[in-house]
Design a protein around this ligand. Structure first.
Ligand code: NAG
Ligand code: NAG
Ligand code: NAG
Ligand code: NAG
Length: 527
């Protein structure tokens, strides 16, 4: 039976001894002391010296279950003149479960030139990430390797995969239940929304929120804007998730609605470029022909995976359906990867895995190996926020049908780690946004940005969310990929963001911003 638990108390697994702590007695956030940064990423690569700080906030903002506090860590890129003429803008990098401080080092340099130099640019580690109530269900790397390998299988890899995935998720939820007794309920977005308002207050400016959230950071931004509409100055939600589904649907089904179109766009661009510039075009005369090749490749990889063995690398393995699709889906986010996608598929259509192995090894070499405890922020945040639970995978099958109706190739992305795990998650967020994201009247209008062809946050979700925020405008960034500033660059989109943040001007309703270079340049690598 599908059940939905709406009151936090009914499922809270904590001892309730501390429930009498009065709200008035709670320690309140009162100021941030800024100093040097000590984080994993190298901040010296940034063009300005950044500062880091801490803010103490209650673990449970209601004060009902505990009077413990936690420290929220922040990072700041100071405006050129101080104090910042236009105040601070908070960045959130999504997930949910992406940290603020390390991601800042990658993303802030892309966003700062668009924002300009009159704002302090700030991010923070949302609860659940890095040191801020880390969600650690186990520390054993062998367990991690085993569970991660299973969970990375795609639902449709074989007819035994769904039951394996469901059972692996059962193991995980039991491990998490034991390990997260004291923190499980406190990492949800409503708690983070209160942290955000505490940060705004502690900054001692005008008490208003300036925020640019991407991807999962759009559900976060929609939540804080809907819970605190009178605090909204400028809020940009860029790469928009359907927050209704995030909270209320046991399986999020809308997110992959445009993913097939992204792959078709690559195929079309390759046919347009011709065989010389895009050898993938040698496999078919039309986009439809390449689509058929793709269907054949799926079948081939399931029933006849491609071997590779490299004496030079001293390693070998097989390329199967799940391995290719996990890699491919992540590449659809970033148009700069599309030339590699074309090259990899061209090889695989000939049963040659060299290009994929090379691409994957280069990436593996670039990322630092996991050290220390294994933090699974995304599970804690997403699953605690999600209301429905299920007792069996059969209950979720109607949603899987819906996913398959929305995408031919990518229907099953993340099904296990999001839906199957969340369906069995043992914790409920201590607080959730209780509204329905409609008729939200913010003090100042919100700017939504949606890409025309986004594999994971489709335009339809941006339209949906924008319709619930009165006076908001949806800017269509006419690009492939995920999030405006990491995709096809567009002077028009950048100017619109800058005008909104710096002059409070919204783009006209229905504005579509063309990218500077068409997709074909990305597919051929001429960028
Ligand atoms: C994992 O290790 C961290 C730090 O070493 C510790 O705080 C935590 O309790 C451990 N968690 C589990 C589930 O073993
Ligand atoms: C699932 O797998 C079957 C058998 O390989 C195939 O016929 C079907 O099209 C697949 N569906 C999706 C959505 O991948
Ligand atoms: C937005 O999405 C939710 C969840 O899928 C749906 O129930 C609702 O009708 C949609 N609203 C609009 C205006 O499209
Ligand atoms: C975008 O702006 C840059 C820098 O101002 C300029 O060189 C370039 O020509 C512009 N591109 C387009 C397509 O407008």
């Amino acid at each position: 039976m599908m059940h939905s638990i709406t009151t936090w108390a009914s499922a809270l697994l904590l001892p309730l001894a501390a429930t009498t702590a009065a709200a008035a007695a709670l320690p309140r956030a009162d100021g941030i002391v800024w100093g040097e940064c000590h984080i994993e990423e190298d901040t010296s690569s940034l063009p300005v010296p950044v500062q880091c700080g801490k803010l103490t906030v209650p673990l449970d903002w209601s004060g009902k279950t505990t009077d413990k506090t936690i420290d929220i860590e922040l990072i700041k890129w100071p405006a050129a003149t101080q104090p910042a003429p236009k105040g601070s803008i908070l960045l959130n990098f999504g997930g949910p479960g992406g940290d603020g401080l390390n991601n800042f080092v990658s993303y802030a340099p892309l966003q700062a030139p668009i924002i300009g130099d009159e704002h302090d640019i700030i991010s923070w580690d949302p609860r659940g990430t890095r040191n801020a109530i880390p969600v650690i269900c186990y520390n054993n790397t062998a367990t991690n390797a085993e569970l991660t390998t299973y969970l990375s299988d795609w639902y449709n890899a074989s007819d035994t995969t769904p039951s394996h995935l469901w059972t692996e998720a059962t193991v995980l939820s039991e491990l998490c239940q034991n390990a997260l007794q004291e923190v499980g309920p406190y990492v949800g977005m409503a708690s983070v929304a209160r942290d955000i308002i505490a940060i705004v207050d502690a900054l001692g400016e005008d008490g208003l929120l300036r925020y640019w959230g991407i991807s999962g950071g759009t559900s976060m931004g929609a939540t804080v804007a809907a819970m605190f509409p009178d605090r909204v100055d400028k809020v940009i939600l860029d790469g928009v998730m359907n927050a209704h589904q995030y909270y209320n649907s046991p399986v999020e089904t809308e997110f992959i609605s445009s993913a097939d179109d992204v792959l078709r766009g690559i195929f079309n661009a390759c046919i347009e470029a011709g065989v010389e510039k895009c050898p993938l075009a040698s496999h078919a005369k039309t986009c439809g022909g390449l689509e058929e090749k793709m269907d054949q490749l799926v079948y081939e990889l399931k029933y006849n995976p491609i071997p590779f063995a490299s004496a030079a690398l001293g390693s070998g393995g097989i390329v199967d359906y799940s391995i290719l699709f996990n890699w491919l889906f992540s590449k659809l986010y970033v148009p700069k990867s599309y030339a590699t996608v074309a090259k990899v598929l061209e090889g695989l259509f000939r049963r040659d895995a060299t290009a994929l192995v090379e691409a994957a090894l280069i990436e593996a070499g670039a990322s630092t190996p996991a050290a220390g405890p294994i933090i699974r922020a995304v599970w804690g945040i997403r699953c605690g926020d999600k209301r429905p639970r299920a007792d069996s995978k059969e209950e979720l099958e109607p949603y899987v049908d819906q996913l398959e109706a929305n995408s031919r190739w990518f229907a099953h992305f993340g099904l296990a780690s999001n839906a199957y795990l969340c369906a069995q998650w043992p914790f409920e967020a201590v607080e959730r946004y209780e509204g329905d994201f409609t008729g939200v009247k913010t003090k100042n209008p919100v700017l939504f940005i949606g890409n025309t062809y986004d594999p994971v946050t489709p335009l339809v979700s941006a339209r949906n969310m924008s319709s619930g925020f009165e006076g908001s405008v949806l800017l269509q960034h006419d690009s492939y990929g995920h999030v405006s500033f990491t995709t096809q660059k567009s002077n028009c989109t950048e100017a619109a963001i800058s005008a909104y943040l710096n002059e409070g001007k919204l783009p006209a309703e229905g504005t579509v911003c063309k990218p500077n270079l068409p997709i074909v340049n990305y597919v051929t690598g001429e960028i």
